[in-house]
Design a protein around this ligand. Sequence first.
Ligand SMILES: Cc1cc2nc3c(=O)[nH]c(=O)nc-3n(C[C@H](O)[C@H](O)[C@H](O)COP(=O)(O)OP(=O)(O)OC[C@H]3O[C@@H](n4cnc5c(N)ncnc54)[C@H](O)[C@@H]3O)c2cc1C
Length: 557
Amino acid sequence: MQGFDETFDWVVIGSGSGSMCSALVMRRAGKSAVILEKTGLVGGTTAKSGGMMWIPNNRFIRAAEPAESAEKAMQYLDAVCGDSPDTPGTNRENRQAYVDEAPRMLDFIIEQGVEMERATTYWPDYYDELPGGCKTSRVVGARYFNLKELGAWEKRLQPGFLPFPSKLDDGMRVAFRNKSWRLRLLFAKIAFRVVLARVTGKSYTTAGAALQGRMLKAALAAGVDIRTDSPVRELILDADRVVGVVAECGGRRVRIGANLGVLVNAGGFARNQQMRDKFMPGTRADWSNVPEGDTGDMHIELERRGAVLAQMDQMVGFQTTITPNFAKEFVKPPGQSLTGRPGAILVDQSGVRYLNEGGSYELYCETMLKRNRTVPAIPSWAIFDQRYAEDYQVAGQWVGKARKPEGFLESGYLKIAQSIEELARLVGVDPATLAATVKRWNGFVEKGVDEDFGRGVREYDKWLGDPFWAPNPALGKIEKAPFYAVNIVPSDVGTYGGVLIDSKARVKKANGEPIKGLYACGVTTASIFGGVYPGAGASVGPSMTFGYIAAKHAAAL
Ligand SMILES: Cc1cc2nc3c(=O)[nH]c(=O)nc-3n(C[C@H](O)[C@H](O)[C@H](O)COP(=O)(O)OP(=O)(O)OC[C@H]3O[C@@H](n4cnc5c(N)ncnc54)[C@H](O)[C@@H]3O)c2cc1C
């Protein structure tokens, strides 16, 4: 087809997880590749994320635990995801493609110089009690990274939330440093590295920014053409084949040809309130943790070109608490640890518990939204006592001390009362009901069994609790006055619905046939895990892997 301003073998829309991985595959095969990023920063939500990837049967777990296998991973995914007409994004073929190719993708990026490691030996799958579930860890991440290695590109990487030379897991564990000398030592070690970095002129980052920083460095070294401020507006078709895109590069409208194909890795629609109202009513863009470029433009364009949208009501919920400073927070205060620690429960506006406060954040928020259809549950209330408030932070602050964090009381955010009944009145809940809920909960803790929701049974609930709390790290009584309440709402770390792809990452039409020349990965697609989040890294892992699969298919490798 004539009329292109320029042509590449591989054109990638968006600079998310799979983009640079796919472009690296292409460069290794001697093909040219361009990444067109809408915003002024490279890396997408991925760079702002934890950067964890859920990769079963990866080289690290295989070396440490010979019982791990692809079969076990498939058994787990079959049990967790299942197959349902409501979630056509997941099917055995796509899951098998993931389980087979994700470890290969990991080996490939390591060969390209991207330093990766097992995130920890203890980050259980989110449904570890199911067949094939892992009680240790299938999670991998990038080693922390010195941003100075990016040279002029340093300032063009989407910032991360943990600008420290440490593992994400270490960063989370130091929250318990008041309970362990070993963790105090770890904290001191990280603090020493921070000082050393300052003295030696290094600028470290970890988590998603480390992953995307390392991927960016590898992609630039391999000669990938990466352009920021270059939104793609349209896909170009020649008969039934996608042959290029219309983009705005440097304010100029350009037609860019793609010899081998176009990969759409343009994120989701978490920041588009109109789309949220249409597909997931009751959820809010301003509660989301996702950067503002995540507006679903490519969902709309892909549908216009014959792709099928599915699972559009799905998001990766991540509960939060709306503090006085909420709007200014780079990452919204995590509500998961808040109610997951022993000695806190979650109740709806009738004062009743309605879920396991442990478990997957995706399931937690889904349950909140469902509950809210019958009993007002947005916001719900986290209820805890003085012992809890002395042991754990709430929204990054110590609320159990005599002097309360600035604004917490004045704004009405933190509710405190000498009795559960008085606390109930403060949050507008029937006092007798809340008192009965807390009594019932304390009874469960005494027995060591949550008879209502099974909290504390799965390993992941325990992981979320307090490792220094016995006998069950997830179960603790609420008994020492004063008593506290803060709100909890269903925020998110992204949407989880989009176009249907096949096991080669090709975008499918309504008749199930692939659209020639068109690939997609990441949260632009309907998750290959359906409406379930199987473990930490179930967004970034598939995005990277299907980017890898797409490029291999397009280059016939
Ligand atoms: C705080 C936080 C922690 C998280 N932790 C994890 C974790 O540890 N593991 C995990 O798996 N998930 C995690 N998530 C979720 C995860 O980060 C996202 O779901 C994932 O990164 C999405 O990746 P992606 O490849 O689909 O796209 P993204 O990384 O979102 O990238 C898409 C890019 O496309 C660009 N774009 C959009 N439209 C266009 C257009 N028209 N033209 C050109 N470019 C366009 C966007 O600007 C963006 O840069 C976390 C999220 C947050 C916010």
